[in-house]
Ligand binder design. Structure first.
Ligand code: ADP
Ligand code: MG
Length: 698
């Protein structure tokens, strides 16, 4: 027997094949359940009567009340209109009709009190309502009025008479039939603990709330449920993976000890030490590690990665480090090679531009186990790249890699999947990280190495460029180096941006004839980029004009100034990443954000935020608020895309709560066998059957 909520929408009274077709096509509504989950996008408030002197031009319709004190027709012919005026104790407002004038004139009476509902429009200092809903005021009735749901519909639907009001009627009908069929999905102890509405009540109240308080409770309940089941799923997956996937145990630490004793170039920060301990525990546990390592730019993730690699190598396993760009992988390779050479560890580099002969040699040495560590780009993922015993994969700057790539790395070991450490400098707020990477453990380096001076950031308009150049010159005379960055997206370089960059380069060369200037952009050949980067790193060139290719990871400690051109075109997290290229040495560093004088409100907020703080997490929070979570998740793990009511950027606390509840439940009852969890088990099974339709009603 088919489930009531799976019934085709066509069979709901008042729908039929034609409307069903519309609902399918326009709203993706196919079943009773779908319709019930097509929630109002706003509500009209008829529970409040707005005093006439408090009218504002608002999006939603408002309700007012007053006595009709004047009425007359104005204009003639096509321009004729009827203007009425109602008055309350606080003021007056005009009501205007262009059509049906005779009828309105007949039914309205002077000195009668009317309730009027519509959208107020401002004309100078006055407001009017055109073609409002109007009815005689009946004392006592206003309190029965409630919030009226408004449903989003398409133009086509409106033309076919399936507008918000028609949907409202359908919802009412459906809810009447549904009342006794909705099953509770949460355990009663949770409902009690949080004073949450039952599922049935919540569904009713989200469509037809008695008042705002009920609406809020309904929303909270449905959001909680949605987040709870997402988290439950993620946590269960993590649990079952831990049972399924063994991990190599890295017990020996001989080389690591030598490294600590003899070669460590600085004292590790406490945060670095803590994270290393967390990872050490993972690689001793016998279970495959899947850990996300978050650390603001410059927090020192690379050395942590190297130390973990040593753990693998010390136990006869191999390690690889994958970076998103060629420049970055070259830099990692060069940095790590210095350490590796001291310790007699074999390390090599594999990128898209590695020559065939060299490639073959690398493949060979990987298979024989002679090569311990391989650094590279996506090229590492190719099937021909096979290891003798891959024990650890480090992925740098995760935001450019998707889940798919992660799983391809897993496959590189036939029996025991390698441990995976994903490093990201995109400081994702912890709550968001939890929902995006619910299946990963998260470690955070929340401390910068000692002695770093906070970067000073300024915002300057384009017309102050000469003064900015003056400042640059002074710093360069002190021995510093500078980056000047132009927006240019590597994959879709358009001509105009390219020209901006070239013009910028030319004017810099003209303004600083006494210094060598480097340029790096996405259209250059990798070896040319590398050559220019090297010149800059060696302090042969003083200024680096570049596009965002330098965004990730590049490390030149003597470069202490960063000028970002057209800063308004960058997102906050990108600005923060860019800024992280300076402030790496002992000198005071500066970041100058250049923008047009005309700025949108969001751009202004971004500039202000950058000038106010260096804290990546604070910046990420603002970013999340400005952009919403969708953008940030990008190619990362989906799961939040399906959220219907909850909004990660606004419901962070609820998310934490839901996750904690899910965790506690699984701790007590991993298989959901307890009678008190029967509801939950049922819902999980249903969701699995339906594939991920998180909010599916049972
Ligand atoms: P990120 O986390 O952005 O990848 P890096 O690993 O590139 O940062 O480190 C930034 C710089 O800080 C490097 O020059 C590195 O050698 C240095 N560094 C890392 N850890 C420490 C530390 N504990 N003390 C001093 N300098 C450190
Ligand atoms: Mg890095």
């Amino acid at each position: 027997m088919s489930h009531f909520f799976d019934s085709k929408i066509e069979y709901l009274k008042g729908v039929g094949p034609k409307r069903a077709n519309l609902l399918n096509k326009e709203l993706d509504v196919f079943t009773f359940g779908d319709l019930l989950q097509y929630y109002p996008f706003r509500y009209e408030d008829r529970s409040r009567v707005c005093p006439l002197n408090e009218l504002e031009e608002v999006e939603a319709s408002v309700q007012v009340r007053g006595r009709l004190v004047r009425m007359k027709t104005e204009g003639a012919g096509k321009k004729q209109r009827l203007v009425g005026v109602i008055r309350d104790e606080t003021g007056e407002v005009e009501l205007v009709w262009f059509k049906g004038i005779k009828f309105v004139q007949k039914v309205l009476q002077y000195n009668m009190e009317y309730t009027v509902f519509g959208k107020p429009k401002r004309f100078g200092s006055r407001f009017n309502f055109s073609h409002p809903e109007i009815e005689p005021y009946v004392a006592g009735r206003e309190f029965k009025a409630t919030l009226t749901p408004v449903y989003q519909t398409s133009e086509l639907m409106k033309r076919m008479m399936l507008d918000s009001k028609a949907l409202l009627k359908l919802q009412r009908k459906l809810l009447a039939e549904t009342a006794d069929k909705v099953h509770e999905t949460l355990p009663s102890y949770l409902l009690d603990q949080y004073g949450m509405l039952s599922k049935g009540k919540a569904l009713e109240a989200i469509h037809f709330p008695e008042n705002d308080k009920m609406l809020q409770r309904a929303k909270a309940r449905l959001k909680f449920e949605e987040l709870f089941f997402v988290q439950l799923k993620l946590l269960r997956e993590k649990h079952s993976r831990q049972l399924k996937f063994k991990g190599q145990v890295f017990k020996a630490i001989d080389t690591l000890t030598t490294f600590y004793k003899e070669h460590l170039p600085f004292d590790l920060t406490n945060a670095q030490k803590r994270v290393i301990k967390e990872i050490r525990k993972d690689v001793l546990s016998g279970v495959q590690m899947n850990r996300l390592l978050q650390g603001d730019v410059g927090s020192g993730k690379t050395i942590v990665a190297f130390i973990v690699m040593l753990m693998a190598v010390d136990n006869g396993a191999q390690a690889c480090l994958m970076a998103p760009t060629e420049i970055l992988s070259i830099q990692h390779y060069q940095g790590l090679k210095e350490f590796a050479d001291m310790l007699g560890i074999q390390i090599d580099l594999l990128t898209g531009s590695t020559k065939t002969a060299k490639r073959r040699e690398i493949h060979q040495r990987l298979l024989s186990g002679e090569l311990h560590v391989l650094v590279g780009t996506h090229a590492l993922l190719e099937d021909v790249v096979q290891f003798k015993n891959l024990g650890l994969c480090v992925i740098d700057e995760q935001h450019r890699f998707g889940v798919k790539q992660r799983s391809r790395l897993w496959g590189k070991h036939k029996t025991i999947p390698p441990h995976v450490l994903v490093m990201t400098a995109t400081p994702i707020p912890r709550t968001l990280a939890m929902s995006l990477y619910g299946d990963l453990d998260v470690s955070v380096i929340d401390e910068l190495p000692a002695g770093r001076k906070p970067i000073q950031t300024f915002h300057r308009f384009d017309n102050h460029r000469l003064r900015v150049f003056g400042f640059l010159r002074k710093e360069i005379e002190k021995g510093r180096q500078a980056y000047i960055v132009y927006p240019l997206i590597e994959s879709s370089e358009n001509m105009e941006q390219y020209k901006d960059l070239m013009d910028g380069h030319e004017s810099i060369c003209r303004a600083f004839p006494e210094y060598q200037v480097s340029i790096v952009h996405g259209r250059m050949r990798p070896e040319d980029k590398d050559y220019e980067m090297k010149r800059f790193a060696k302090n042969e060139t003083k200024i680096m004009v570049a596009t965002t290719v330098i965004e990730v990871g590049v490390n030149v400690p003597n470069a202490s100034i960063m000028v970002i051109e057209n800063a308004e075109r960058f997102g906050l997290s990108q600005l923060h990443q860019l800024r992280g290229r300076v402030g790496r040495g002992a000198e005071q560093s500066y970041c100058v954000l250049m923008t047009n004088v005309k700025l949108s409100k969001d751009s202004r907020t971004r500039m202000e935020t950058m000038c106010r703080t260096n804290n990546g997490f604070e910046i990420a929070d603002v970013d999340l608020k400005l952009r919403g979570p969708g953008d940030i998740s990008g190619t990362m793990q989906s799961g939040i895309a399906d959220l219907k009511v909850a909004d990660i950027s606004k419901d962070a606390r609820l998310l934490q709560e839901a996750r904690a509840c899910a965790q506690k439940m699984l701790d007590e009852d991993p298989e959901l066998k307890m009678p008190s969890h029967a509801n939950v088990k049922r819902q999980v099974e249903l969701m699995n059957k339906h594939h991920i339709n998180w909010g599916m009603i049972s």
